[in-house]
Structures are given as C-alpha cells and as structure tokens.
Design a protein around this ligand. Structure first.
Ligand SMILES: Cc1cc2nc3c(=O)[nH]c(=O)nc-3n(C[C@H](O)[C@H](O)[C@H](O)COP(=O)(O)O)c2cc1C
Length: 333
C-alpha cells in the first residue's frame, strides 16, 4: 500500500496527507505561502488565535486570521475556554472562507492553561465536550481538534479524548505525541498515536519529531495514521513536504542547492515585506535564518553575524556573502 494518500474531511480534500503544523510566531501567511510554493503540502494550519481577541474585535487578532486563496485548503486554529465565544469565533472563521476550524487542546503555555484553554482541556473533558458541541453546531465547515497525548505521564488519555472528539462530531484529530508536562522535551510517543488510530474511525494525524522524509514514511507505516503533521522540521527544511511526497512515490527526493536555499531566504523576505515593520521583519528573518542554517558548515558564524545585524540590508549582506563563499568553495572542490 502506498503511504501517499488523501484525507477527506467532510468534503475537504487533503492531498497529499502531509500537514504543516500550527506554530505561533511562525506559521503566519508569509510562511504558509512560502511552504505552499515549495510544494508537497496537503493542508496548512494558522498560528493559534485567541477567541477572546477575535470575538472582541481585536485588530491584531483579526489580522492573524487573514489568508490568501492560494493557501487553501487552510485550517484556522482557535483557542479558548468559553463555548459561546468559541462558537462565535468559529462563525467568524467560517465567514472568512477558511476550509476548517481547528480547536487547540495542546498548548502548554501557562497563560493559556490558566485561562482553562489549550492542554488544560485534556483534564476537563466535560468542558471540552461542551466546546466541541457548541462549535460543531455553530458552523457547517469541518471542526477538528489538535491535542497532546495527555496532561502528564500518569494521565495519558488521548484514546479517551479522541473518542469524545469523534462522539461530538469532530472530523479529524491531530495528536502531538507528548504530554503537557513534557513540553518539548523527550521524544514524541507514537505508540499512543497508533492506539488512537485503532480506537476511532475519524482521520488521525500524527505529529512529533518528524524531521526527515524517511521518518515521515516510517511513522505512517508503523502506526497506520492517515497523515503526518510537521512543525519544526519544516522551518529548518521547508522542502520537507515536497521531498516526502516524492519519496512516497519512489522518486528521488529533491535536494535544494545552495543557490536555492539563498533564493528561499530572499523569497521569504519578499513575502514578509509590507506585512511587518522593519524591526519585526528583521526579527523574523533572524529566526528563519537561525533554523535554516543549522547543520550547514559555517552556519554558526553566519547566525552570529545575522543575529547582531541592525538592518535588513546588513542581514542580507551576511547571508549573500555566506552563500557566495560556499558556492565558490563547492565549485573548487
Ligand atoms: C514555535 C512553535 C509554536 C507552536 N505553536 C503552536 C500553536 O499555535 N498551536 C498548536 O496546536 N501547536 C503549536 N506548536 C506545536 C506544533 O504544532 C507541533 O505539535 C510540535 O512542534 C511537535 O511537532 P514537531 O516535532 O514536528 O515540531 C508549536 C510549536 C512550536 C515549535
């Protein structure tokens, strides 16, 4: 059986079955469009968006929700606690033309947990049920949920949670294979993800530590999940979706040249320009450059120079010098 499949979520087709994970501060419209342009991704998810901000008309929150047609199919993720506000926010999302509304049940951040949202809902299934029912009733687009495997090691309850999601009309569940207490430490537990897949009949998407095309294929094969969601691996290697979909079709995965890597950093800047003031734009470029140059020879020195740069032209001065030096070296070798 080929791992390259499509997922159908109540009429929304995700093809291939590879999903860009929601990442606050990363998966804004510019990053999402960059990933989409590089190919191989079946669904992209926004950063998580506060239902409080959305339903109270906060301009910054509304800006976070903006997307372009070329990003579709697109899922907008919300977080919150109050079922009425969650339902209201879902209606706003539906009106925006998004394909899917996703509910965050995995965020470990103290601020979110204190408000009863994010991973806190894993400990409060009656409230999770109330939220899901209210949101499912409010919109006709599919409602999905992203969870962690549990609150802590002693309370791993992803199977039970997934059954609740299915029972309340959720159309897909994505699972990050760590507990809330784990944060991002240790390894993602794909055994629990596999158990969830066996327990429910809605599509299950697994997430956690997929950093190479072969690890994506391994997780699909080992667990039988319907799809794989990739987060950090897509920041350091934005071609990972294309490469994985090629590997799934037994095609030699694309290997980006140094020139292509340089081009993508410039392209990201082009996409960001006009969206952000110079200071914030420089911050984003530094962040991207940091992830992007991990493992490249001389990457640490480049990151250091970029980090201390004050302006965009200074940042690109370092980036362009680095890539031209590397290309000259590889031409000689
Ligand atoms: C910078 C960052 C921001 C994140 N923001 C969100 C978020 O807004 N919503 C969410 O559900 N998960 C969020 N996550 C978790 C990721 O979606 C994903 O589940 C996690 O990083 C594990 O996958 P990975 O090993 O492929 O990165 C975030 C992760 C990172 C690294």
């Amino acid at each position: 059986m080929s791992e390259l499949q499509r997922i159908n979520i109540a009429g929304v087709t995700i093809e291939p079955n590879l999903v860009l994970a929601p990442m606050a501060g990363v998966t804004d419209s510019s990053f999402r469009r960059l990933i989409k342009e590089l190919g191989g991704v079946g669904l992209i998810v926004t950063e998580f968006i506060s239902v409080e901000g959305l339903t109270r008309g906060n301009l910054r929150t509304h800006r976070m929700m903006k997307f372009l047609a070329e990003e579709r199919p697109l899922s907008i993720q919300i977080f919150g606690y109050d079922p009425v506000r969650m339902a209201e926010a879902a209606e706003i999302i539906q009106e925006s033309g998004a394909d899917i509304v996703d509910i965050n049940c995995g965020c470990p951040a103290k601020k979110v947990v204190k408000g009863g949202g994010g991973s806190s809902l894993l400990r409060d299934l009656p409230q999770m049920e109330r939220i899901l029912k209210a949101v499912v009733q409010a919109v006709s687009i599919p409602v999905t949920m992203k969870i962690r495997i549990g609150w802590d090691d002693a309370t791993v309850n992803a199977v039970e949670v997934a059954r609740v999601i299915e029972g309340c009309g959720g159309k897909m569940v994505a699972i990050h294979g760590r507990t809330r207490v784990q944060g991002y430490s240790g390894r993602a537990n794909w055994d629990v993800i596999a158990a969830v897949k066996r327990a429910v009949s809605i599509p299950v998407v697994g997430c956690g530590d997929v950093t190479t095309p072969s690890s994506a294929l391994d997780r699909l094969r080992e667990t039988g999940v319907d799809g794989v969601m990739i987060g950090r691996g897509a920041i350091s290697n934005p071609w990972i979706f294309r490469q994985t979909s090629e590997l799934m079709r037994s095609i030699e995965p694309y290997a980006p040249s140094l020139l292509e890597k340089q081009r993508v950093l410039h392209r990201y800047h082009d996409l960001l320009r006009g969206e952000l003031p110079e200071r914030a734009l420089a911050g984003k470029l530094k962040q991207m450059c940091g992830y992007f140059t991990h493992g490249l020879p001389g990457g640490a020195r480049l990151r250091e120079s970029v980090f201390h740069s004050q302006t965009i032209s200074e940042i690109f001065g370092h980036i362009d010098l680095y890539f031209s030096t590397m290309m000259a070296r590889s031409a000689i070798a």
